[in-house]
Write a protein that binds this ligand. Structure first.
Ligand code: AMP
Length: 225
């Protein structure tokens, strides 16, 4: 049995056309079913639904053989893990494929009346709210900017509006959410897309079924153009 970890929402939805192209159909609808393990039309492939931030952990520890995760989540996971805060010993995570799905970017945004460039020039110490602490820390350190990072778990856009922070580091896709909240994007930190991650031990032990499935993913990505 091959277990594929997906998160509900954008990753699950965007992965479906790809799976269809591979001849894999998920038989339950996660929006109406409460099941966390979903069968597919292939008796040897099942899907487990986990939180986006838990996908790397599931795959790393072998709770799933492979998974689909945003590069943003993967980079943060790697940083936490290398600092020892993600806990325990586990195998590495192979990242064989850019699925070119759920594309967006990690950016810095501020209130439209905040002069970010002037603050940066002055060497002001900025308060930055984000759930991407590792990505933000590395970005501002590379720029030589001093920042106080404030870890949030959601609704980052609110932080500059309430005075909690001067800036946020968040995902931006169309920019509509920033605009609706009077915020502007001032720096693009990195481009993001969904990645296929694979447990290396599973690749050894289940090579005969896992390798063809990975090849199917690669072909389906090429077909989507
Ligand atoms: P947008 O208004 O299109 O710029 O989208 C921004 C909002 O959608 C933010 O709240 C982001 O956290 C979220 N978002 C955008 N792209 C993604 C993505 N690929 N995966 C998860 N969340 C996203």
């Amino acid at each position: 049995m091959i277990t594929l970890a997906l998160s509900k929402g954008r990753i699950f939805d965007d992965t479906q056309p790809l799976l269809q192209r591979m001849g894999v159909t998920v038989l339950d609808d996660p929006d109406t079913s409460r099941k966390l393990i979903l069968a597919t039309n292939r008796p040897d492939v099942r899907v487990v639904l986990v939180r986006a931030t838990d996908v790397p952990t599931y795959v790393q520890y072998g709770g799933a053989d492979l998974g689909v995760v945003g590069l943003d989540t993967l980079v943060e996971h790697r940083a936490e893990w290398s600092q020892g805060t993600a806990g325990g010993a586990a195998g590495n995570l192979l990242q064989p494929l850019d699925l070119k799905l759920a594309r967006c970017r990690v950016s810095v945004a501020v209130r439209s009346d905040f002069d970010y460039a002037a603050a940066a020039r002055r060497g002001a110490r900025l308060k930055v709210a984000t759930k991407y602490v590792a990505i933000a820390r590395e970005f501002f350190a590379a720029k030589g900017m001093h920042v106080d990072l404030i870890k949030l778990y959601g609704s980052m856009e609110l932080a500059p509006l309430t005075g909690l922070a001067d800036a946020i580091v968040d995902l931006v896709s169309t920019g509509n959410t920033l605009k609706a909240n009077g915020l502007v994007e001032v720096e693009r930190i990195m481009d993001i897309s969904a990645r296929l991650v694979v447990n290396p031990a599973a690749l050894k032990l289940k090579r005969e079924t896992l390798r063809p499935l990975m090849d199917d993913f690669a072909r389906a990505v090429q077909a989507q153009g």
